[in-house]
Design a protein around this ligand. Structure first.
Ligand SMILES: O=C(O)COP(=O)(O)O
Ligand SMILES: [Mg+2]
Length: 226
């Protein structure tokens, strides 16, 4: 099945797809927990809580540690103060910069649709020098709705010049939130299998999967089996 023939718009998720940001998010989470006299979490725990945005991250932390639900507001406020510039421990996944360059050179309009808030999203894209490759950036606080609601991804495609309700494009992501969001738009979904997904690949809906960004440009151009 052909996934994308012409230079169609391609929208990317961020955390767990283009960047391995879990170490920075983990460090910020534990600094906040320490500040509020709560026990620390492991990197693996925090990684498994990423994907739904900051509020869901903290709902899961509060649940895991048995903290009072009404502590969320203060914890999120402390977290956001640190999260805005958390770049030191984050890495691009291998091959990302080259793959984005190839796709941009081939004429694909590129965008970001992430549940990460806009300020840390822009900070991390600037940190890695890749902000200018994206013609649109939709963050977790750009709209009232977050993925898996289709609204943010539709907005990204609209900003890239596509029909938001039936975009001739692709979404590239790593998580359950991304798979459900792409299906709701609807738009074909390419899943990066080394991200933060908690569900087996075969239980999610996707048109193609890849574990190496060097393979992405050819996957986009040549198509892939569904
Ligand atoms: O911030 C999150 O929880 C998830 O961000 P993502 O949508 O880029 O994966
Ligand atoms: Mg993600």
């Amino acid at each position: 099945m052909t996934v994308c023939m012409a230079p169609c718009p391609i929208v990317f998720d961020l955390d767990g797809t283009l960047i391995d940001s879990a170490p920075d998010i983990h460090a910020c989470v534990n600094a906040v927990l320490r500040q509020h006299d709560h026990p620390a979490l492991t990197l693996q725990q925090v990684r498994s809580f990423i994907g739904g945005g900051v509020d869901i991250l903290w709902q899961k932390i509060i649940h895991a540690l048995g903290l009072p639900a009404d502590s969320q507001r203060d914890l999120v406020a402390s977290f956001m103060a640190r999260y805005h510039a958390a770049t030191a421990l984050t890495r691009l996944f291998p091959g990302v910069t080259d793959a984005l360059g190839v796709l941009a050179d081939r004429g694909h309009p590129l965008g970001i649709c992430t549940n990460k808030p806009l300020v840390p999203t822009r900070a991390i894209l600037d940190h890695f020098g890749i902000a200018s490759v994206f013609s649109c950036i939709v963050g977790g606080d750009s709209l009232p709705e977050k993925k898996p609601d289709p609204a943010p991804l539709r907005l990204a495609f609209e900003q890239l010049g596509a029909d938001p309700r039936s975009p001739q494009g692709l979404y590239v992501g790593d998580s359950e939130f991304d798979a459900s969001c792409a299906a709701a738009v609807p738009v074909p979904f390419l899943i990066y299998s080394r991200g933060y997904r908690q569900t087996p690949l075969e239980k999610l809906t996707w048109q193609a999967q890849f574990d190496d960004f060097t393979a992405l440009p050819d996957l986009v151009e040549a198509g892939a089996p569904a």
